[in-house]
Design a protein around this ligand. Structure first.
Ligand SMILES: [Zn+2]
Length: 244
């Protein structure tokens, strides 16, 4: 089992939007990670980063100027420059935000997506799309198989990769456990969020997010490495070790 972290972009924004209580006048450059999990028979992509076409002027590209008024995007290398996407066997989406699904259309439609049913359904519902700041064009139906799951899920049937339902940041957010490693995704942008619950100011349900953070914190306290979603101090590209 090999796990590799890629950098698939950056967003720069007022820190106080993404960690409650931080300064709104101070911007922070947040890394956007994606992961490739390799087993003997599978190459699983976890999240897909930014849509390269949206980088220069996301407000205009998505026709959502209000959403990107305080955000700047950057990308050094897109997904396809870092992974041979033709060799992927599955894409796991932790949730439907634009910094996680933007690269989906760069992956051949023969590669199925695995996502929580509650997240996918929210992504098809106009009111939920608005409330959760989703941009449906990045994950629009294009013939790709979408495998919908309900709750925790043993992805390969052998216990090696488990998807954990960790809702709150979005309605059906999920994390990924690989042995002694958990990719927490946006349960908390910062590692410290598992303890202090200083989440982004927006969420589908902050209380539920707090309970998901408590769940991951308990795993961390039991010796599991829990990787945060966008912590600038932690998320450097390269191999990630999973404790066995
Ligand atoms: Zn994110």
């Amino acid at each position: 089992m090999k796990i590799e972290r890629l950098n698939v972009g950056w967003f720069t924004a007022p820190g106080g939007i993404f960690r409650k209580g931080d300064d709104l006048d101070q911007t922070v450059r947040f890394p956007i990670p994606a992961y490739v999990i390799e087993t003997a028979t599978e190459r699983i992509m976890v999240d897909t980063g930014l849509n390269p076409k949206a980088i220069t002027d996301p407000g205009a590209y998505y026709e959502r100027p209000e959403l990107f008024a305080m955000l700047a995007l950057e990308q050094e290398q897109s997904l396809v420059e870092q992974v041979d996407v033709a060799t992927l066997t599955k894409v796991v989406l932790t949730h439907l935000h634009w910094d996680h699904v933007g690269g989906l259309q760069l992956i051949p439609t023969s590669v199925p997506v695995v996502i929580q049913r509650s997240e996918w359904q929210a992504g098809q519902d106009d009111a939920a799309v608005q409330r959760n700041l989703f941009i449906p064009s990045d994950y629009a139906e294009n013939g790709r198989e979408v495998i919908l799951i309900d709750g925790d899920f043993d992805l390969l049937g052998d216990g090696s990769v488990e998807l954990l339902l960790t809702p709150g940041h979005t309605p059906g957010h999920q994390s990924v456990r690989i042995g002694g490693l958990v990719l927490g995704a946006d349960v908390s942008h910062y590692a410290s969020g598992l303890d202090d619950h200083r989440f982004p100011v927006f969420a589908a349900d902050h209380e539920q997010q707090g309970r998901s953070a408590d769940r991951l914190r308990a795993m961390r306290d039991a010796g599991v490495d829990v990787v945060p979603g966008h912590d600038p101090e932690i998320l450097r590209p390269g191999p990630v070790m999973a404790r066995s």
